[in-house]
Design a protein around this ligand. Structure first.
Ligand SMILES: [Fe+2]
Length: 287
């Protein structure tokens, strides 16, 4: 069964809507109802190695220390395509979850194909894998494209297991590892529309943060307290970011269709075990 893409007609009547809870940290949410990609058979690569966890063995019984990272907040507009019509977005058809780039190029709809062609020119090409994620969503005013509006980074280093459980968590993001690792995933992100733009921070930000965090609550609170300059990703633009680029979703300010595409260059192999593509296309509505 193919788990990495879904081709179907999109209509306003068929748009999946779920209550907004704020619990979904990002696309690969830790919530039970949004199964995560599994990579249990894949080797841990340097880019995703939770190196800080070695300082917290099961028997350590030590509190989680803080550190003071500077997020460089790489955000570069590398291309801008003319924004598509609402009908072009609705009719594009195919959406992707961790789909290999070459496969996505062959099964994408015409609009996504154009975006991928533009992105191809900006791939660096030094990582083992290139994956495509995308969403076609009809958002009513106030709807959010993911179940969180928290500031976060993509591709965080995640740890699980007995040492994590000894800290009282089922999962932690090893934030310090993202700042000590020599390698980071790289991203190209596209969004089509004026009514629901991702917010990106555009200047370096230094803040105090626990080395290990169970979710993005503490990071979000610290960023909001600092209130650094942020901009909306322009409609039709392709931006380059990396694993230390702070960004967050915003609620739609008007109703309309939106196409979002993200390409990641990574050494991490991801093979899905369950279907999450429909979760990707769901919109989240505050009650
Ligand atoms: Fe994100």
């Amino acid at each position: 069964m193919n788990l990495t893409y879904l081709r179907r007609d999109h209509t306003i009547a068929d748009q999946l809507v779920a209550p907004f809870t704020g619990e979904g940290a990002y696309h690969g949410s830790t919530k039970k109802r949004v199964p995560r990609p599994q990579a249990s058979q894949a080797p841990i690569v340097d880019e995703m190695r939770p190196t800080t966890m070695t300082e917290y063995p099961v028997e350590a019984h030590r509190p989680i220390a803080s550190f003071t990272p500077t997020f460089p907040n790489v955000y570069e507009i590398v291309d801008t395509l003319s924004p598509p019509s609402q009908e072009e977005i609705r009719a594009d058809g195919t959406t992707f979850v961790w789909c290999p780039f070459e496969l996505a190029e062959t099964v994408a709809g015409p609009l996504t194909k154009r975006v991928l062609a533009a992105m191809r020119a900006h791939l660096v090409g030094d990582k083992r894998y290139v994956y495509v994620d995308s969403k076609i969503q009809y958002l009513e005013s106030g709807d959010v494209p993911v179940d969180s509006q928290h500031w976060h980074v993509d591709g965080s280093v995640v740890a699980r297991g007995p040492a994590v459980e000894a800290l009282g968590h089922s999962l932690v993001h090893d934030m310090k590892a993202r700042f000590t690792a020599t390698a980071s995933p790289r991203y190209l992100a596209y969004q089509s529309s004026h009514h629901c733009a991702t917010l990106f921070i555009t200047e370096p930000v230094t803040l105090s943060l626990p080395e290990l965090i169970p979710n993005f609550d503490a990071l979000d609170a610290s960023v909001r307290a600092l209130d650094p300059p942020a901009i909306e990703q322009p409609a039709g633009s392709i931006v380059r970011t990396d694993g230390r680029s702070l960004h967050r979703a915003r609620a739609a300010v008007r109703a309309g269709w939106r196409l979002w595409i993200r390409v990641v260059e990574t050494d991490r192999q991801v093979e899905l075990e369950t279907s999450i593509v429909e979760c990707y296309n769901t919109v989240f509505r505050p009650e």
